[in-house]
Design a protein around this ligand. Structure first.
Ligand code: GAR
Length: 189
């Protein structure tokens, strides 16, 4: 049995899809949900599914390696970043080499890096007149959005699309693909 931890800062719609996807899995279980925000919606989703939660303080995350002990207690073998907005410190990158993935709501290497999250990404895609956008799932390294890419999916951007329209299309792609790609990567890891 592989135990997953999901890290998320926001509403957690992707976390929810992943939790539901693995609910009846014989060999993969979401065993911990970690957030840097104590009022993040994702924590309510975790509690509703009886999944343990951990709220991170910045000092603990960046100035200690205490999180490694917590992940060990839950026997975590794979980490999924699903809308987690803090940069991952190197002790965690090294401990989960090729066992930690992030999803990004654009076709990296375009529209990545610090500050490029959520609607900022879709507004930039619109402002630049892109004709397509999509999602990228990539391994995590010490830099924002720069680890090896493992999966991309695309959708068209029409001239009349607003950033909200683009966000909706991208979110659909995320929900469709992220749980399946995670399953594939966990099995291969
Ligand atoms: C997702 O669209 C994800 O791609 C994005 O945050 C959203 C979280 O939504 N991540 C980033 O922008 C990372 N740079 P959710 O809380 O509904 O899953």
């Amino acid at each position: 049995m592989t135990h997953l931890a999901i890290f998320a800062s926001g509403t957690g719609s992707n976390a929810r899809k992943i939790i539901e996807h693995f609910k009846n899995s014989p060999d993969v279980r979401v065993a911990l949900v970690v957030s840097n925000k104590k009022d993040a919606g994702v924590l309510d989703i975790a509690r509703a599914h009886d999944i343990p939660t951990q709220v991170l303080a910045r000092k603990m995350f960046y100035e200690t390696e205490d999180l490694l002990g917590i992940l060990k207690q839950h026997d975590i073998g794979f980490i999924v970043l699903a809308g987690f907005l803090w940069l991952i410190p190197s002790y965690l990158v090294q401990s989960f080499d090729k066992k930690m993935v992030n999803i990004h709501p654009a076709l990296l290497p375009k529209y990545g890096g610090k500050g490029m999250f959520g609607r900022h990404v879709h507004e930039a895609v619109k402002a630049n007149g892109e004709t397509e956008t999509g999602i990228t799932i990539h391994y995590v390294n010490e830099h924002y959005d720069e680890g090896d890419i493992v999966f991309q999916a695309r959708c068209p951007v029409r001239p009349e699309d607003t950033p909200e329209d683009i966000a909706r299309k991208v979110q659909q792609l995320e929900h469709q693909h992220f749980p399946l790609v995670v399953e594939h990567l966990v099995r291969a890891s």
